[in-house]
Design a protein around this ligand. Structure first.
Ligand code: ADP
Ligand code: ASP
Ligand code: MG
Length: 401
């Protein structure tokens, strides 16, 4: 007998038929004698719809009330799935995040899981019940409901698997695994049998939405092997693990992120300390800066450009507007008509020419590169947003086809 955590994303529970389908998968697993804990997301586009509903009433609603609203999506799906399992004649109980013992930081809408106290889950498992847990939510130390940020249910699943030392953590979704590019956009994308935590973490962070990056971070930290697979077919999925065999591939995937904005601060006086102070002001407000480019100083001034998440763009510009007045820089420019396209692969550490192959693919498609950033296992470029899908296809075909 094993303890198995199964997570189902929004599209896997989008309607009554899909909910019954999931009930079938869960009860099959239970029938084999396993203890089963199921984590579910809100149905279909529920979370997006709730965000729209909030905007109609108050576009500046507090984050606390936003969490109160968004967490309702998962309450609907856990109860419906439990009802479906009752209908099939199995013992089942649904639990909200707080009932399942999810304790989080207090940062509403982007809380982090501090710990899972699984006493209630254990009691229910001891009664041989299937336990259905609401993903994406928890409780902070003020007893207020928090949410974990978009895509957070993946992290809920890994956190439960960690707290209960599960034997297996399966992430069921609407594609058959992790591919070399988004299979909905790139028809020739190849399904990977295995991928390492490090490469998956980069892919997830750089825009491959199939797993939330925090979930991969946690899986790596606690060595929880993940299996990503489809709830709609029985095809074998992708294993995410420490020592993945990558079948001699130079790179493991291409990812696209359109949630980026570029900010340029021009005419900064060319003296030490100003860049440091500028970035310190942003980090004090929890604004993460990614690709950074500084021009060579001329006429005793320089320009610095960098990227931030679009959602942080407005706040970052406001902070920098104040700052340029203090230091006497020229202006703050903002552009969100851009995309970040990246290749990821442990193979590039030991092979020269991977980046140039990527740049060649872009050149062949007449796509201009605006900024570049690299690490041991990834190369990212910033390009015009309208070129992003063409770029992904061209790079994918250069490396894989
Ligand atoms: P869920 O609702 O199950 O959490 P998501 O929509 O969050 O599902 O993630 C699954 C989606 O991720 C797929 O439908 C696919 O379009 C997208 N995706 C992006 N990059 C990749 C990739 N490299 N491999 C697989 N899927 C990807
Ligand atoms: N329902 C939440 C979202 O749409 C959490 C998740 O799907 O993982 O972001
Ligand atoms: Mg998801």
């Amino acid at each position: 007998m094993s303890l198995i955590v199964q997570k189902f994303g929004g599209s896997s529970v989008a309607n009554a038929e899909r909910v019954m389908n999931v009930a079938g998968i869960v009860t099959d697993t239970y029938n084999k004698g396993n203890d089963v804990i199921v984590v579910v997301s809100a149905q279909g586009d529920t979370t997006d719809d709730l965000i729209e509903k909030a905007k109609e009433i108050n576009p500046h609603a507090s984050k606390r009330e936003t969490d109160m609203l968004l967490s309702a999506g998962e309450q609907i799906s856990i109860s419906l799935l439990a009802m479906a399992i009752e209908k099939l004649g199995y013992p089942v109980v649904s639990l909200l995040g707080w009932q399942a013992g999810f304790q989080t930081t207090s940062a509403h809408t982007s809380a982090r899981i501090k710990r899972v106290v699984p006493d209630r889950i254990k009691k229910e498992l001891d009664q041989r019940r299937i336990v259905i847990v609401a993903g994406f939510q928890g409780l902070n130390r003020y007893d207020d409901i928090t949410t974990l940020g978009r895509g957070g249910s993946d992290t809920s699943a890994v956190a439960i698997a960690t707290a209960l030392h599960a034997d297996l953590c399966q992430i069921y979704t609407d594609v058959e695994g992790v591919y070399t590019a988004d299979p909905r956009k790139v028809k020739k994308a190849i399904k990977l049998k295995e991928i390492s935590y490090d490469e998956m973490l980069e892919l997830a962070t750089l825009g491959a939405q199939v797993l939330n990056n925090r979930s991969v971070e946690m899986a790596k930290k606690y060595n929880i092997e993940l299996e990503v697979l489809s709830s709609l077919t029985k095809a074998p999925g992708t294993l995410v693990k420490e020592n993945a065999k990558m079948e001699k591939m130079l790179i493991s995937g291409v990812a696209k992120d359109t949630d980026v904005a570029r900010i340029s601060v021009t005419g900064i006086p060319d003296r030490p300390g100003l860049a440091f102070k500028m970035f310190a002001k942003l980090s004090a407000k929890d604004i993460n800066v990614d690709i950074i480019l500084q021009s060579i100083g001329r006429n005793d001034t320089k320009d610095i450009s960098f990227t931030v998440a679009k959602s942080k763009g407005e706040e970052a510009v406001a902070i920098l507007q104040d700052y340029i007045n203090v230091i006497g820089a020229k202006e703050v420019l903002y552009d969100d008509n851009i995309a970040k396209v990246s290749i990821v692969g442990a193979g590039m550490e030991s092979h020269a020419g991977v980046a140039s192959k990527m740049f060649e693919a872009l050149y062949d498609s007449h796509i201009n590169i605006q900024m570049i950033s690299t690490s041991e296992i990834k190369v990212s470029v910033l390009i015009d947003k309208n070129d992003a899908d063409t770029a992904v296809a061209a790079i994918h075909s250069k490396f894989f086809e």
